[in-house]
Design a protein around this ligand. Sequence first.
Ligand SMILES: [Fe+2]
Ligand SMILES: [Fe+2]
Length: 402
Amino acid sequence: MRIGIYGGTFNPIHNTHVDIAKTAKEKYQLDIVYFLVAGTPPHKDTAENIADSCRLDMVKLAIEDIQGFAVDQREILRAGKSYSYITLQEYALEYPDDELFFIMGSDSIINFTKWVHPEIISGNASIIAAPRKGDDITAVNKAISECNDLYDGSFELLDYSANAVASTVIRKDFYTNQKVRADLDQKVAEYIVEHHLYSSYKYDYKKVMELSEAMEKELKPSRYIHTIGVANTAFNMATKWNYPAFNAMVAGMLHDSAKCISDEKRLSICHKNDIPITDIENKYPHLLHGKVGAYFCKSKYDVFDEQIAHAIEVHTTGCPNMNLLDKIIFVADYIEPGRDKQPRLDILRKMAFEDLDMCVFMILQDSVNYLNENPDMVDPTTIDTYNYYLNIIKRREVNNGI
Ligand SMILES: [Fe+2]
Ligand SMILES: [Fe+2]
């Protein structure tokens, strides 16, 4: 077999990465290309603080439908710094009769002599350097010929002309430039939005404490205790599901910020600010505390993050196709440690950290059962949300052959 190993941080993976792998696969007649997602690269500053598992998830999403591509997560799973020479030695042991090709970015070939044990890398695999947009090709060619002189093995430049933007530009401009997003697989772009990656809106512990003090004054004691429970649960769930944890905590802190005001006040805030009111909300204005709480984010608490406002807005009923933070707050509100009346809480508390969509679905199931006993309180959004997640679970079962 001819095996390609494409190393990189993939922060995030974009179309050029995939094209490079396709080109290398074709030109070198590779049977398989492994995307070797780097852990903490010893020679690179990982300025953008995103979880390794997020980079891994994005690579999986970008290549899952492409035949002959696979993910290699060994460098992520390996403790400590990841060195390519160790990985290449492992490959050589795992595939003693096969031919290995190590694909790297042109920036890496320029620094190749500075890598740890470059001779072990090139002794185990042929090196293919992939050009990047804006490369100084003369410098790249010079580096390649120097490597060919210095080390055993072969170094070649991949015949490919890169025209997409670099990962650094994507990280900087993702939220402001539509063209930048076009260089990403759509599923990857959705993942970035959902997980709030590369966003400048990041809150910290100080902001959480500030909001906690404000809520202590604003809410009844029992509601405040519930709020702390939701904020802490949201923090834990966010850590599990790769969402900025203090952002989730801010959302938890503010989710019931409009709970302890009068119905009249909630209605008048909605009227004054053109916040739409549904029939059921008109009848039971306490249901508006989500929408009014979302409005309070900007108007009272200097929280301008759209995802936080949205999660607060939908936390009582949920909504079809909730994003990650929506789900975290919806679930945290239901399972926080102070809750004790809902059925099967122990199962839900476990499920929240194992299978988030299933947990959302089970909560909706219980809510629908409860509302069936109180039919005039049924908010149609809860039913829509229930049906949406019922479909997701059913589809999943079909795919899994259950
Ligand atoms: Fe609430
Ligand atoms: Fe709540």
